[in-house]
Design a protein around this ligand. Structure first.
Ligand SMILES: Nc1c(NC[C@H](O)[C@H](O)[C@H](O)CO)[nH]c(=O)[nH]c1=O
Ligand SMILES: CC(=O)[C@@H](O)COP(=O)(O)O
Length: 139
C-alpha cells in the first residue's frame, strides 16, 4: 500500500470538489491511502510538492487545480509554469499525476472535473499510481 499526497490549488471550490472526489476514489480503489493539502493557486503546486517530498512521508503526488483563461497573458504563465514545474519534479524521480485543468471557460472545466464525465481527477491519480509502479520496477 502506498501513501499519496494530493496537492490542490483551491481556486474554484465547486470544480476542486469534483476533482478531489475523482482522485480520492481512484486512489482508494487501488488500495492506497491519501492526504490532501491546499495551496492558493496552481503556480504554488510544484513548490508544495517539492516541500512535501523532503518529508519522505509520501510515495506519490497528485496535483489538482483549475486554470481558466482570463483577459491577460497570466493564463499562459500559470498553466505553463505549473506544468513545467511538475514535469521537472517528475524527471527528478517523483511519481506525480498532473490534474491541473487548463481551459478556455468554466463549461470546459466542469466536463473534465466531473467524475461522471471526463473524471480528470481520477486520471491524474491513476497516472501517479502508474509512475510509482514504474519507479518500483526500475528500483
Ligand atoms: N488565475 C488562476 C490562478 N492564478 C493564481 C496563481 O496560480 C498564483 O496563485 C498567483 O499568481 C500567486 O502566486 N491560479 C489557479 O489555480 N487558477 C486560475 O485560474
Ligand atoms: C489564469 C489566470 O491567471 C486568470 O484567471 C487571471 O485572469 P486575468 O488574466 O483576467 O487577470
Amino acid at each position: 500500500m502506498a501513501n499519496f499526497l494530493i496537492v490542490e490549488a483551491r481556486f474554484y471550490d465547486h470544480l476542486n470538489d469534483l476533482l478531489l472526489a475523482g482522485a480520492r476514489a481512484a486512489i482508494e480503489a487501488a488500495g492506497h491511502t491519501h492526504e490532501t493539502v491546499m495551496v492558493p493557486g496552481a503556480l504554488e503546486i510544484p513548490g508544495a510538492v517539492a516541500l512535501a517530498s523532503e518529508s519522505g512521508r509520501y510515495d506519490g503526488y497528485v496535483a489538482l487545480g483549475v486554470v481558466i483563461r482570463g483577459e491577460t497573458y497570466h493564463f499562459e504563465i500559470v498553466a505553463g509554469e505549473s506544468a513545467r514545474g511538475l514535469m521537472a519534479l517528475s524527471m527528478d524521480g517523483l511519481a506525480i499525476g498532473n490534474g491541473i485543468l487548463t481551459t478556455e471557460n468554466e463549461a470546459q472545466a466542469i466536463v473534465r472535473a466531473d467524475p461522471a464525465q471526463a473524471n480528470k481527477g481520477a486520471g491524474a491519480a491513476e497516472a501517479a499510481i502508474a509512475m510509482l509502479e514504474l519507479r518500483k520496477r526500475f528500483g
